[in-house]
Ligand binder design. Structure first.
Ligand SMILES: CC(C)(COP(=O)(O)OP(=O)(O)OC[C@H]1O[C@@H](n2cnc3c(N)ncnc32)[C@H](O)[C@@H]1OP(=O)(O)O)[C@@H](O)C(=O)NCCC(=O)NCCS
Length: 184
């Protein structure tokens, strides 16, 4: 099985939506992807597609948000969403997409790449719990261990503060856990 990772094009939109609809089980994440793409930002949103035999099987997106640092607002990136078609999971495709996302975030000049997700998965793929490194999560509904970050080449030590998610994450209520799922 050869997995290829490439930058998405306008022609991939349908496939990307299908991947996230199947991976997450509803149409909320595809709608988030649409909103994130439309957003104007200094760090433009970008997405990467995993293909097997030219079939799109996985997708990751980098979207702009801010770090509210004491000195000034800093443009940072957030890795979200990440999805792999259920029948292609556990074959290393998610790992390749995360590695590519980190590489591209660094190339884009972002100093920090944040995400919220399962630490057991992301810890082995380059991410660290963000709070002990000087960062505050954007919502109390994100479990502490799920709020994670990678420091990139452009990172400077004064860059500490609160992650402020871009508007689409709030507009579609895609932040943290709610109700019975919130174990904090
Ligand atoms: C989370 C998600 C993206 C992971 O994608 P994936 O392609 O299954 O990830 P990988 O295959 O790289 O890694 C999954 C596991 O398979 C194992 N694995 C990797 N390659 C493997 C292979 N060739 N054979 C068997 N197992 C393998 C890995 O060790 C990993 O296990 P670990 O977590 O214990 O380390 C995918 O499960 C998904 O789309 N989930 C639904 C949406 C979601 O929750 N997204 C994340 C939101 S934060």
């Amino acid at each position: 099985m050869t997995v290829n990772i490439r930058e998405e094009t306008g022609e991939d939109t349908g496939a990307v939506h299908e991947i996230h609809a199947e991976a997450f089980g509803d149409d909320l994440v595809p709608r988030l992807v649409t909103r994130l793409r439309q957003r104007q930002a200094t760090l433009v949103p970008r997405g990467y597609l995993a293909t097997v035999d030219d079939q799109a099987v996985g997708h990751v997106m980098l979207t702009a948000s801010w770090l509210d640092a004491p000195r000034k607002l800093v443009d940072v990136l957030v890795l979200a969403p990440l999805g792999v078609l259920p029948q292609h999971q556990r074959r290393g495709i998610g790992t390749l997409l995360v590695a590519r996302a980190i590489e591209e975030a660094d190339k884009a000049g972002a100093p920090l790449l944040f995400l919220e997700g399962d630490p057991a998965y992301y810890r082995e793929r380059g991410f660290h719990e963000a709070a002990p490194l000087g960062f505050r999560k954007p919502s109390l509904r994100i479990p502490d261990a799920a709020f994670q970050v990678v420091k990139l080449s452009a990172y400077e030590p004064w860059m500490t503060g609160t992650l402020v998610y871009a508007e689409p994450f709030w507009a579609l209520d895609c932040v943290g856990l709610r109700g019975d799922n919130n174990q904090d």
